[in-house]
Write a new protein. Structure first.
Length: 209
């Protein structure tokens, strides 16, 4: 009984600290404070897919587009996965297990773009299937590809290695790995700005270019 009370108190304390910590961070500005020194070697596009209501990957994509002066394309599924979250998980897992690549509304035309920032949420340890659909249509041969991902706490997993397999003719650069939201944070409406600011993007751009 005593042990159960101690365990419950510890879990409750951890939850309150997490929530308080996230709230504190979520209120800070996301503006960059460090100067951009990167010089991109050509015309740049940002292509990403983002699924959750807090739009973690799309938010990072906007930050990149802003600082790299790149055109932003957000991929959309022809028939989006159902809400709420557990229905999304169920439908997405079915496609993941079957190796099904869901149809997209449009495939952006990247002719004339030299650098492609390619972003995805991490799904089952790799890029999301809609990004797979895009890569099948356009494996980005001859382009410089700067990948970025957001995850729910499990890290980037096989993201970079799987991308290398999906676009063998591209020059892949070091990925930007961003902590997005886990289930609790998503329910609280907390997105990527609870953990990151635009400085993370600027530092990465300065390192790459
Ligand atoms: C179908 C599905 C699978 C997921 N798989 C993982 C995973 O393997 N590892 C992880 O850390 N997060 C996983 N997540 C959480 C997302 O990667 C995370 O919330 C991400 O920031 C969401 O980005 P978005 O807001 O752009 O959709 C998964 C989410 C969904 C919907």
């Amino acid at each position: 009984m005593k042990i159960a009370i101690i365990v419950c108190a510890a879990v409750a304390t951890a939850a309150v600290c997490t929530i308080a910590g996230c709230r504190m961070f979520s209120k800070r500005s996301t503006d960059a404070t460090i100067p951009l020194t990167a010089k991109l070697p050509g015309k740049a596009a940002v292509v990403c897919y983002s699924q959750s209501k807090v739009r973690n990957t799309a938010t990072v994509a906007q930050w990149i587009a802003k600082h790299a002066g790149a055109t932003l394309f957000v991929l959309e599924m022809a028939e989006p996965y159902p809400e709420p979250y557990f229905s999304t998980l169920k439908a997405a897992y079915k496609d993941f297990k079957a190796g099904t690549l869901p149809a997209l509304k449009d495939i952006p035309d990247l002719d004339g773009y030299d650098v492609v920032f390619l972003g995805s949420p991490i799904w089952y340890g790799t890029y999301a299937m809609p990004v797979g659909t895009f890569l099948k249509a356009n494996p980005l041969a001859g382009k410089t590809v700067a990948p970025f991902c957001t995850h729910g706490g499990g890290g980037a997993g096989r993201f970079a290695a799987d991308l290398q397999k999906a676009c063998p003719g591209a020059k892949l650069l070091e990925p930007l790995v961003i902590r997005g939201s886990n289930q609790i944070e998503r329910r609280m409406g907390l997105g990527v700005s609870a953990h990151h600011t635009e400085d993370d993007v600027v530092e990465w751009l300065n390192r790459l270019f």
